[in-house]
Ligand binder design. Structure first.
Ligand SMILES: C[C@](O)(CO)[C@H](O)COP(=O)(O)OP(=O)(O)OC[C@H]1O[C@@H](n2ccc(N)nc2=O)[C@H](O)[C@@H]1O
Ligand SMILES: Nc1ncnc2c1ncn2[C@@H]1O[C@H](COP(=O)(O)OP(=O)(O)OP(=O)(O)O)[C@@H](O)[C@H]1O
Length: 287
């Protein structure tokens, strides 16, 4: 029997490094990156509605057409001519526009949950092909485990990462991914490297992170709070890096290090998180 109501996690991600290696003919940027799942998560509640409507509740107040949860549900409904509907209730913990992939993860969780609630029996790769229509990070969350990414983030290979604790600082505001990618001073030609170069570095040099984030200098210029967050973490003895297109910065927290809180400006947030080896809903994804 199919459940009529599901309460599901949508975990955040970190980009351990992010190289921009070129552009596609449509203008989107080609990347090399390692994505890791972390245990900071939103909660998505899905309730089956026989009426066929897609309804939403929660903290996001923008237009429904821009809500990635609603867009994910409508995409599935239209593509597979689903008669049933859903009420989506979102409990947001992942800051918005933070480089933590929150919206993409919420959308991925809606796809995974509705695949079950609406009994669609789509495979992981079918869901990933739909997901990339919603955003470049969505396929990663549907892949379901830590990954080396190429293309715009849709070409994924599994990668083994050390169990790690990370310290995150969200500097009180988000940044627009589109603005960062369209900046004239963005480096777009970092040399493409073999995955082995990155995995060897992780094996031999951890907790030092491989590579760098090409989006970091641009975000730090556009949003001075990003620069300040990087400086505060580094003055506290960490080796900080920005995730995705920002605004969150993070650092590996060495095992056994003192767990002192940072003295952050008002409105900023600090998170202490652990890596996850797999997505909490990985067992719902079938080959
Ligand atoms: C920076 C990353 O977070 C790395 O994980 C992602 O590449 C961003 O993924 P996302 O937030 O899902 O981004 P999207 O919603 O697909 O795109 C937002 C904006 O960034 C641009 N964009 C996005 C991804 C990409 N590889 N190249 C781009 O130029 C898009 O053209 C769009 O104007
Ligand atoms: N469920 C959602 N959660 C967060 N943002 C959403 C959601 N639905 C739509 N959005 C919109 O998507 C935009 C990007 O939000 P998100 O938090 O996913 O960015 P991000 O963490 O920077 O993502 P990325 O790491 O993929 O760049 C925001 O401008 C927000 O208005």
């Amino acid at each position: 029997m199919t459940e009529a109501c599901l309460g599901l996690p949508a975990p955040a991600k970190l980009n351990l490094f992010l190289h921009v290696t070129g552009r596609r003919p449509d203008g989107k940027h080609l990347l090399q990156s390692i994505f890791t799942l972390i245990d900071l998560a939103d909660t998505v509640d899905l309730t089956l509605l026989p009426s066929g409507d897609v309804e939403r509740e929660g903290v996001l107040t923008g237009p429904a057409e821009e809500d990635l949860c609603v867009r994910a549900a409508r995409l599935l409904k239209e593509r597979f001519r689903v008669g049933a509907g859903v009420r989506i209730r979102l409990e947001k913990r992942i800051p918005v526009g933070a480089g933590l992939g929150g919206g993409s993860s919420d959308a991925a969780t809606v796809l995974i949950g509705l695949n079950r609630l609406w009994n669609l029996r789509l495979t992981r790769s079918e869901l990933m092909a739909l997901g990339v229509e919603l955003g470049a990070d969505v396929p990663f969350f549907l892949f379901g485990r830590n990954a080396f990414a190429e293309g715009i983030g849709e070409k994924l290979l599994p990668v083994e990462l050390p169990d790690a604790r990370y310290r995150l600082v969200w500097p009180g505001r988000g940044v627009s991914t589109g603005k960062i990618f369209s900046a004239p001073d963005l480096t777009r030609s970092t040399e493409t490297r073999k995955i082995a170069v990155f995995s060897d570095s992780i094996r031999n040099r951890w907790p030092a992170l491989p590579g760098h984030n090409d989006l970091e200098p641009v975000a730090a210029r556009i949003e001075p709070a990003v620069q300040k967050a990087l400086r505060m973490l580094s003055e506290s003895g960490f080796e900080p890096r920005m995730t995705g297109s920002g605004s969150t910065v993070f650092a590996v927290e060495p095992e056994g290090a003192p767990k002192r809180s940072l003295n952050l400006p008002e409105g900023w947030l600090e998170f202490r998180v652990r890596s996850l080896p797999v997505h909490p809903l990985a067992s719902w994804l079938t080959e």
